[in-house]
Write a protein that binds this ligand. Structure first.
Ligand code: NAD
Length: 294
């Protein structure tokens, strides 16, 4: 049986195309969706992420503000900016790029974002709405993108056993909630660093979602023949043959696993492109909910 390579770039571009019409309609009604992206410090990877978010906005006709604050910005100054953005009618989505410098308490900052503008879905109100299956909430973009990939490829989840490896608030836990929701109806196990015999557990899975941050940890012997594998990991490994001296790999040993599974996301080009597409979708949803009440 041939393995399906799940093309995240293609699905992400379809999601973006689908948003254009709604953005045009909102703009026509005087409500251009607006996103504020806040970066504290000079972390090079964060700068790349922030710039690609702003560029995605420009391509779709979403108004954007980029706030690049110096590393020594205080917690109070950052919170003050958040409060200004909460009150700014041009802004419907606010995100603070993670990770901030160590003197900033990220959770305390997130508590200050108006939950109606929390397009990253990190505010406790939105975490609760996810658990409650309240569709007005915002779901973190990466797991939301994983669900879109499953839908785009008509991969059934109902009655399937999904093993989510990783229990972070950004990926693992929201992913598990989405899979167990009444929309998806999977039976879900969350695995983590203290899980006993992870390979044996994974072999019982119809769907594996790897969100660990360990290069190529999920090997072929973790995978039941025919399982679906979503690889969320983005890891740099040294590679002297590359001009940059490194290459990006996922949490899944792609070469080995792709021989055994029925469908798999490559890294790069799988889950990654979906994250920004879903951020755009969440921003449009925030604009719609704030301006039209729906
Ligand atoms: P995290 O470090 O917050 O969480 C990692 C999780 O993996 C933890 O819950 C931990 O318990 C678990 N874990 C660690 N070692 C393990 C082991 N040996 N066995 C089983 N579980 C183990 O990371 P995160 O923010 O959830 O990100 C996970 C990965 O996904 C990273 O590579 C990150 O770069 C990537 N990521 C990608 C995107 C994207 O857009 N594609 C977005 C967010 C994160």
């Amino acid at each position: 049986m041939a393995t399906t390579i799940i093309d995240g770039k293609e699905v992400a571009s379809r999601v973006r195309e689908g948003l254009k019409q709604e953005i045009a309609a909102l703009t026509q009604a005087g409500h251009t969706p607006g996103l504020a992206v806040v970066l504290v410090g000079e972390d090079p990877a964060s700068q790349v992420y922030v710039n690609s978010k702003v560029k995605a906005c420009e391509e779709l006709g979403i108004y954007s503000q980029k706030w690049a604050l110096p590393a020594e910005t205080s917690q109070e100054e950052l919170v003050e900016l958040i409060h200004r953005l909460n009150a700014d009618p041009r802004i419907h989505g606010i995100l603070v790029q993670s990770p901030p410098p160590p003197h900033i308490d990220e959770e305390a900052v997130i508590l200050n974002i108006d939950p109606r503008k929390d397009v990253d879905g990190f505010h406790p109100v939105n975490v609760a709405k996810l658990v409650l299956e309240d569709a007005t909430g915002f779901v973190p973009c990466t797991p939301l993108g994983c669900m879109e990939l499953l839908k785009a490829y008509n991969i059934p989840t109902q009655g399937k056993h999904a093993v989510v490896i990783g229990r972070s608030m950004i990926v693992g836990k929201p992913m598990a909630h989405l899979l167990v929701s009444k929309q998806a109806n999977a039976t879900v196990t969350i695995a983590h660093s203290r899980t006993a015999d992870l390979p044996a557990l994974c072999r019982t899975a119809d769907i594996i979602v790897a969100a660990v941050g360990r290069p190529e940890m999920v090997k072929a012997d973790f995978v039941k023949p025919g399982a679906v594998v979503l690889d969320v990991g983005i890891n740099r490994v040294e590679d002297a043959t590359r001009p940059r001296g490194y290459r990006i790999v996922g949490d899944v040993d792609y070469a080995g696993v792709s021989e055994k599974c029925s469908a798999i996301t490559p890294v790069p080009g799988g889950v990654g492109p979906m994250t920004i597409a879903m951020l755009m979708a969440n921003t449009v949803k925030a604009c719609r909910q704030l301006t039209q009440g729906a």
